[in-house]
Design a protein around this ligand. Structure first.
Ligand code: SF4
Ligand code: SF4
Length: 313
């Protein structure tokens, strides 16, 4: 087997003991980089491919320790006494993170080799064995780092670990298949299959946007044609896709492709503080989290089609 353990990827989180990213207890590997920028994204630090600095203003005491630590002179004290960071100068070196006594700074993103990832995952093998769990690769969009994902998945399978991928499917087939070849279960993040809704999530002219939706659908068709297990996961967002048309299209497409399960996830605001730490605009800040009970009619609509539907997670 070709040695790919030195291959590197940009990882922004490794989370253990997760129970909603596939069967059993799982360790999830979150990769940076995504071509979409969904307004409800709960991991905005996943969107850019490169490392970046997060500053938690609510924790900062304006002590100034980070000013002298910065080799780029990116940190300074403003006239009102607050300490500010010029992101245009910041090289995400992390020097200010280590010196801050109040944990007000963090670097999102770390380059890891496949070997380093596997060393961590092997420590969780006992939990995987006992619970029927395994490893889930998520993002961002993992397909943007397809060679790295393929190598991690292949190493996991050689260790007899269960593997799952969480993807939005907006990738060319070559990258998609690299991610899925050694994958047991694909959690397909279906934003919406209603063209007018989908076109609000992608850049470019209308033709480009509609082509993007076809790319996603064709990837699902191709995965199912190869007998891959696919589960649809739909975040239901008020004012975007909280309607019967979205549910109907998704259930129709599940039937067409032989997908047997749709998971509905209510919109929440868990990622709000991370937008602030990156000085990104959180356009849904005034949209209330959706109670799970409000998804019950959609759940019934799906179950009436003979499909399995879960809510929450
Ligand atoms: S991460 Fe490095 S370059 Fe950026 S502000 Fe901190 S010390 Fe300066
Ligand atoms: S070292 Fe930390 S607490 Fe002090 S000014 Fe910098 S970010 Fe704020």
């Amino acid at each position: 087997m070709e040695d790919t353990t030195k291959l590197t990827g940009m990882v922004f989180n490794v989370e253990r003991y997760r129970i909603h990213d596939g069967s059993g207890i799982r360790t999830s590997l979150f990769l940076k980089g995504c071509d979409m920028a969904c307004p409800w994204c709960s991991n905005p630090e996943s969107q850019r491919s490169e490392k970046e600095l997060g500053v938690h203003r609510n924790l900062c005491k304006n002590c100034g320790a980070c000013i002298g630590a910065c080799p780029q002179q990116a940190v300074s004290r403003a006239a009102d006494g607050t300490v500010t960071t010029d992101r245009a100068l910041c090289a995400a070196c992390g020097a200010c993170v280590h010196i801050c006594p109040h944990e007000a700074r963090e670097i999102y993103g770390e380059i890891m080799t496949v070997g380093e990832v596997m060393d961590g995952l092997k420590k969780d093998m006992a939990f995987f064995m006992r619970s029927g769990g395994g490893v889930t690769v998520s993002g961002g969009e993992p397909a943007l780092q397809a060679d790295f994902v393929r190598a991690v998945m292949r190493e996991c399978k050689s260790e007899c670990m269960d593997t799952a991928l969480e993807t939005c499917g907006l990738a060319n087939w070559d990258a998609m298949w690299k991610c899925c070849e050694y994958c047991d279960e694909i959690l397909f993040d279906v934003k919406t299959l209603v063209p007018v809704q989908f076109s609000r999530l992608t850049a470019g002219g209308i033709d480009t946007r509609l082509k993007a939706l076809e790319v996603v659908k064709n990837n699902i068709r191709a995965l199912r044609a190869r007998d891959k297990t696919v589960i649809f996961r739909c975040v239901i967002v008020p004012g975007f896709n909280d309607d019967a048309a979205h549910i109907k299209r998704t259930a129709d497409f599940a039937e067409e492709t032989g997908v047997r399960q749709i998971d509905l996830l209510p919109f929440h605001q868990y990622g709000k503080h991370k937008y602030a730490s990156l000085r990104m605009d959180y356009t849904l800040k005034d949209v209330a989290a959706l109670p799970e009970e409000l998804l019950e009619p959609f759940q019934k609509q799906i179950e009436q089609r003979g499909l399995t539907c879960t809510v929450g997670g």
